[in-house]
Ligand binder design. Structure first.
Ligand code: FAD
Ligand code: SF4
Length: 512
């Protein structure tokens, strides 16, 4: 009989009963180890709600494992013996328990995985089967391609998963992608469902106190925490979205509205990323909703594309290109992140709304991240590492494998166009079209060069002018340069000067 004693380390974003390293667990002999460590909670100033979510979900998961008869060693942040790092804790427990084998599932952060590989212990690594596409499969798909395109990868994933396919393997509805139908602004009178909230139990209250005590210098509200911390509550969040949000998800996926932080978005990313929800189940639920005529195809396809397209694609790029990827800086940006990213203290209403809700809920939806806070950082030439650290810190769902490619690649185009074919730069006109923010803004979106002109307008043209050498040849934004060339010299000059003025203000540490 096999008498091997295994120690299985489970990280804070691996809280799934189906985790590969927990398979074949022998409850008689094996031990599961979970550790709350200062290094992971503070290597960037993570939002207090994010730390709360992870620690509370870890504690609930540990309890659930124990209820299944599994032996668990749990190290709290304030345990006097806590060494403060994951490798430190693994070494300590290896020495205390003397297991025959150490087991661990692949990490979601290159930095942490490397430190575990370098920590001098013989770890048996397991593939993270929570994803459709393994690191190796992605590498072999990408092999020989100079540039990658999400759309082609996504089609592969549709074929692999069998989702939304006809019997002959063709896509349901006759096209792979219905994104063109998913760009509507929110019409007057359409209200988003009120968000479902989860109240704190005794475990979460303890964690809230611990976080308040130890992370008071981190930015973001703690008293608005209302996120699910168990599998059952995450399921309730998902069921609520299936009933009330998903049907309109496609239509209003890109819309933004004042004081509507969630609109028709699922708000599930944090729960999914830490293992409280299962990707395959989510996809199958969405497909069922489509086949049973509860949601239109643009909602079903749009949602599934985010999950098996974008989410898997950015993960693939991350593991293929790290660690060099993190150093990408195509435009040579060096401007520090403006302090108002941490406070929301700006007269730009769109930025104030997006940053304000991020501080309040550790959440902004995709278009706010891409076309408001991200767009501003791109146009203003913020150093990629600084804006990446901000996204990693501020959002409850942010883990390096997903945050970095989205920010450095999709938003900042700092990887030279490896992940996406063009920078998503836009003037205030885009924000006006997709939101009601401009109606209550101190700036005029119709103006470009006056003192009260929308800053996005001149910064947009300034960005295009200063990077013409790199971008003019890009076919996907060539049209924009034709518009620039059609402008009179004085108009171009005025845009440049207004842009210079705004950038000088940022350099002087001023908000606007
Ligand atoms: P919905 O809009 O309801 O979408 C459904 C799901 O699709 C999401 O829960 C998510 O799992 C997935 N998804 C959608 N778009 C993406 C994408 N581009 N990449 C990966 N998954 C996607 N997502 C994270 O999970 N963690 C991050 O750290 C993160 N950082 C981002 C940074 C920037 C600059 C940008 C532009 C996007 C980032 N995203 C990140 C993607 C996306 O913004 C969030 O997944 C989404 O806003 C989460 O909210 P939701 O659950 O309501 O999503
Ligand atoms: Fe944002 Fe410009 Fe609109 Fe103001 S006018 S909300 S700064 S886009």
């Amino acid at each position: 009989m096999n008498k091997t004693h295994r120690l299985c380390l489970v990280l804070g974003d691996q809280l799934s009963f189906e985790l590969a390293s927990l398979k074949q667990l022998d409850s008689e002999r094996d031990t599961v180890l979970l550790v709350e460590v200062m290094e992971e909670a503070s290597h960037v100033p993570h939002h207090p709600q994010k730390i709360t979510l992870i620690f509370s979900a870890m504690r609930h998961f540990a309890k659930a494992l124990q209820q299944r008869g599994i032996r668990v060693q749990y190290v709290t942040l304030d345990d006097p013996q806590n060494s403060g790092s994951v490798p430190g804790e693994l070494r300590r427990w290896q020495s205390l328990l003397q297991p025959d084998e150490l087991h661990l599932t692949e990490c979601g952060d290159w930095r942490l995985e490397q430190s575990l590989k370098d920590c001098g212990l013989a770890i048996q690594w397991h593939t993270d089967t929570r994803f459709y596409c393994t690191r190796l499969e992605f590498a072999s798909w990408a092999e020989g391609k100079k540039q990658l395109r999400m759309e082609f990868f996504y089609r592969e994933m549709r074929r692999k998963s069998g989702l939304l396919l006809n019997g002959d393997g063709s896509p349901v509805g006759g096209a792979w992608n219905f994104d063109a139908e998913n760009r509507k602004a929110l019409p007057k009178g359409v209200r988003a469902p009120s968000p479902i909230r989860f109240s704190a139990d005794a475990i979460t209250l303890d964690v809230l106190a611990l976080v308040a005590k130890n992370f008071s210098s981190h930015y973001g509200a703690l008293d608005t925490f209302d996120y699910p911390v168990t599998h059952a509550d995450a399921q309730a969040l998902w069921d609520y979205f299936l009933d009330w949000g998903l049907a309109a998800f496609g239509d209003y996926q890109d819309a933004m509205a004042s004081d509507e932080p969630f609109l028709f978005h699922a708000r599930i990313s944090a729960a999914l990323n830490i293992g409280l929800l299962d990707l395959r189940q989510l996809c199958s639920d969405v497909e069922d909703a489509y086949w049973s005529h509860r949601i239109p195809l643009n909602a079903a396809e749009g949602f599934i594309r985010q999950l098996i397209g974008w989410r898997e694609y950015v993960r693939g790029v991350y593991w293929l290109k790290m660690p060099d990827y993190a150093g990408g800086n195509l435009f040579g940006n060096s401007r520090p992140l403006p302090p108002f990213y941490w406070t929301g203290d700006t007269k730009m209403n769109c930025m104030g709304q997006a940053i304000g809700q991020s501080l309040k809920h550790a959440y902004a939806h995709h278009i706010q991240r891409l076309m408001v806070t991200g767009n501003f950082a791109l146009l203003a030439g913020i150093a990629p590492s600084q804006i990446c650290d901000w996204y990693l810190a501020i959002y409850m769902d942010a883990f390096d494998w997903v945050e970095l490619p989205n920010t450095l690649g999709m938003v900042m185009h700092a990887d030279g166009g490896y992940l996406g074919s063009k920078p998503y730069c836009a003037s205030g006109q885009y924000i006006k079209r997709m939101s009601d923010y401009c109606r209550n803004c101190a700036y005029k979106v119709t103006e470009s060069t006056t003192d009260d002109a929308c800053p996005f307008n001149s910064l947009y043209w300034h960005f295009l002018m200063r990077h013409g050498d790199l971008l003019r040849s890009n076919q996907r934004i060539g049209m924009v340069y034709k518009n620039l060339d059609r402008m009179t010299e004085p108009k171009q000059q005025a845009l440049w000067e207004r842009g210079q003025k705004l950038l000088a203000k940022l350099d002087a540490g001023e908000s606007f």
